[in-house]
Design a protein around this ligand. Structure first.
Ligand code: T1G
Length: 703
């Protein structure tokens, strides 16, 4: 066998054991080991075969690191054919998460057993792929076409009990010794003369499929695809499962899989898969950095952010004290939390009992003394540096030694806040994104004096509450908000140059952004940006800068909350509608400012909005604010809804070509001035060297 797969005859059952940490992915060695095991079992005295795994999970999929490289024999379909054609029943013993190719191995087996805590799924769509080893042909045959479509286009794991109800699992093994349970189950099958149950022998009755089912499915899926194509190809595969014999269906699936694995969308999504995991690793932090135990948390400030952050911890069972200045504010804060949970209950995603249990974990207080013993404090009051410094001075006097003191500030100086305490080593930024209980991104902001174990603990607790963490050093706006400046600026400059708000937003939404920048401004409130600009002293003195945003705020058009901003909003549906009054106003302002309006291409809109992101990202890398280009991609995909099928701004820049980006920025500099369009030195360097950000990052090592 091999060092990652062993075979052992246990009485009349041959047991194939995969042991390939961390997730028993189907590397070439694992595929070969399983194939050799199945072949060996055909020739010995075994009467049944069990395929199981050591470690934390059954096979969690193909080895994603092998994609994009020349395929190595044996191919997975070859292994599955050997399993399916075995003369003896093959039983999969599932624990942990049997995902992707791992679950497809199980589906090629004749029977599947699992522990109750196991999950199964086909998440390939989240990598811009489809199940390429029979998943799209076998699941519809067992669970039905509709269930298969939902399962494979959604990509979410299914609990063992539900999978059993769907016919995807045959037996739930009681107790915690799955290895023994699976062998016993195999013996029972042999003793009962159970047949070689092959899913391929099930055919789907075409007449059970309602007319237009697949076309409707395509239309529905296209609405939320945002530049992704895998969902459409999955529909075609499942359609083939209905209309074609198994082997032709498998051939169709393989053909469409090959198309996807070569697609830029899948390359981008696989990039984000690894980038997300890489971002949680801090380069200069020893792997064995200790982690502090976080058993209780306090949140200072029960506003929208504070309430959302409190929910993140209650959701994973960590008791929270929500501290406000007085009882009225506290009750308001607790009300926000209850309202948020109620919405989730109304959507059927949580029971009343679960809601009450989580709310029960959040205690209100107006007295600092009551948070003296918590392990982590997160301050989430409004963006006033002096107030934050006062709060941290007070925390310093109240909280136990070893408590981590974090600020949720969006852009204030974390070092200045840390200096307000006598323990700057325990202070850092934990920047959540609104709504904090929904958005995945958490910027972990490292102060000059933040201790290693405080950083390691923050990364760990961030993962525990379901966040995707990215490390930032201290600068104005950290990574995400600092880069956003140019994006929002150009969206408004384009209006003066001749675009309507709808042209700007729809072009970016067609690219894959969840919402265009102007509509996003209306959602957040144009007055928020207006106030932030009033406080800044570093902005160029240019009447065109944010001209329309400023004008609209001064007219009382703050966005959705006042019923109008760049757009008008239907009071019922809150749908945006272009507003001729705004279009006229833009033309009027452009004339006043002497700007000659012109037709502007989609290419220019995309370049003017995205290239400032890329340019600022290059500066952020040079300054060491972000650890890696891929960390910046993680920030934008998980914090700003940059389309995952484009891989993030820095990955996208590498696809466009840094020379093209650089040349366009130089053109914009010559046209619109160096105040806004000064190419970052790193971008210029890489453009001239013909390199990508990824190559630059690789060359400097991830040490
Ligand atoms: N291939 C290679 N490495 C993988 C991997 C995979 N499939 N899954 C995880 N890893 C690495 C990961 O990069 C990390 O590495 C470590 O394992 C722990 O992962 C033919 C084509 C299984 C739920 O999409 O969802 O099968 O950072 O931090 O939080 O049809 O990993 O330690 O160096 O995520 O406990 C389909 C992807 C593939 C599953 C565990 N399968 N993995 O989560 O640990 S395509 C997937 C996950 C396919 C077939 C198709 C999760 C997990 P490092 P982790 P975790």
């Amino acid at each position: 066998m091999s060092e990652v797969v062993s075979y052992q005859l246990q009485g009349n059952v041959g047991v194939i054991t995969v042991n390939s940490p961390p997730v028993n992915a189907l590397s070439q060695a694992v595929r070969k080991g399983i194939l050799d095991g199945v072949k060996a079992a055909q020739a010995d005295d075994s009467e049944a075969i069990v395929i199981r795994c050591d470690g934390r999970t059954f096979i969690a999929g193909a080895d994603i690191t092998e994609f994009g490289k020349p395929p190595l024999d044996p191919w997975l379909p070859e292994v599955l054919t050997a399993i399916e054609n075995s003369r003896k029943p093959v039983i999969a013993a599932i624990h942990g998460t049997a995902l992707g190719g791992g679950f497809e191995v199980a589906l090629a087996c004749h029977y599947r057993c699992a522990v109750a805590s196991a999950m199964v799924g086909l998440p390939e769509v989240k990598l811009g792929l489809l199940p390429g080893a029979g998943g799209t042909q076998r699941v519809p045959r067992v669970a039905g076409v509709k269930a298969a479509l939902d399962m494979i286009t959604g990509g979410n794991p299914i609990a063992a009990a539900k999978a059993k109800d769907m016919g995807l699992i045959d037996e739930i093994v009681e107790g915690d010794d799955l290895a023994a349970g699976a062998v016993s189950y195999a013996r029972d099958l042999v003793a009962s003369g159970a047949p070689l149950k092959r899913i391929r022998d099930i055919s789907i009755k075409k007449e059970t499929i309602e007319p237009g089912f697949f076309d409707n499915a395509r239309k529905q899926l296209a609405k939320r695809a945002r530049g992704q194509i895998a969902q459409d190809r999955i529909v075609s595969c499942i359609e083939a499962a209905v209309n074609l014999p198994m082997d032709q269906g498998l051939a169709r699936e393989r053909e469409l899989f090959q198309e996807l694995v070569k697609s830029p969308e899948s390359a981008a999504m696989r990039h984000i898969f690894f980038a997300e995991r890489q971002a949680a690793k801090i380069k200069d932090l020893p792997k064995d950095t200790p982690i502090r135990d976080i058993k209780s948390v306090a949140i200072i400030g029960g506003g929208t952010m504070g309430g959302g952050i409190a929910m993140c911890f209650a959701n994973v069972g960590v008791p929270v004290t929500l501290l406000e200045v007085n009882d009225e504010a506290l009750q308001r804060g607790m009300g926000i939390i209850r309202k948020n949970y109620s919405i989730t209950v109304q959507k059927g995603k949580m029971s009343e009992e679960q809601m009450e249990k989580r709310i029960g974990l959040i205690q209100g207080s107006t007295d600092y003394v009551e948070i003296a013993d918590v392990d982590l404090v997160i301050e989430a009051v409004f963006e006033n540096l002096e107030l934050k410094k006062e709060i941290f001075a007070r925390l310093d006097g109240v909280c136990k030694q070893g408590a981590i003191l974090a600020t949720n500030t969006s852009y204030q100086d974390v070092d200045a806040i840390a200096a307000a305490t006598g323990r700057p080593q325990d202070v850092l930024g934990l920047h959540f994104f609104s709504p904090a209980n929904v958005m995945k991104l958490l910027e972990v902001v490292r102060g000059e004096k933040t201790a290693d174990d405080v950083l390691a603990t923050s990364m760990a607790i961030g993962k525990k509450i379901g966040k995707v963490c990215a490390l930032s050093r201290v600068c104005y706006g950290f990574i995400g908000n600092r880069m956003l400046g140019g994006y929002g600026r150009e969206a408004q400059m384009l209006l003066l140059d001749g675009c309507t708000p709808e042209q700007v937003d729809s072009t970016l939404e067609e690219f894959g952004m969840a919402m265009g920048p102007l509509a996003m401004g209306d959602l957040a409130g144009l007055d928020v940006g207006y106030k932030a600009r009033q406080a800044r002293t570093d902005l160029p003195d240019d009447p065109k800068l944010y001209r329309m945003g400023t004008l609209l705020v001064e007219m009382g058009r703050h966005g959705q909350k006042t019923g109008s901003g760049f757009y008008k909003y239907d009071p019922e549906t809150r749908q945006r509608q272009s507003d001729p009054e705004v279009d006229a106003l833009i033309k009027e302002e452009a004339a006043k400012l002497g700007v000659e309006q012109r037709d502007i291409s989609k290419e220019e809109i995309l370049a003017r909005c995205f290239y400032p992101l890329i340019n600022e990202g290059a500066k952020i890398l040079e300054e060491g604010i972000a650890q890696r280009p891929s960390d910046i991609d993680v920030v934008y995909v998980f914090g700003y809804a940059f389309p995952v099928a484009k891989g993030g701004p820095m990955f996208y820049a590498d696809q466009v070509g840094l020379k093209n980006v650089y040349d366009k920025i130089c053109e914009f500099r010559d046209r619109y001035g160096a105040d806004y369009w000064q190419p970052a030195p790193l971008l210029e360097k890489l453009a001239n060297e013909g390199k990508t950000f990824a190559q630059w990052d690789q060359e400097r090592g991830d040490g």
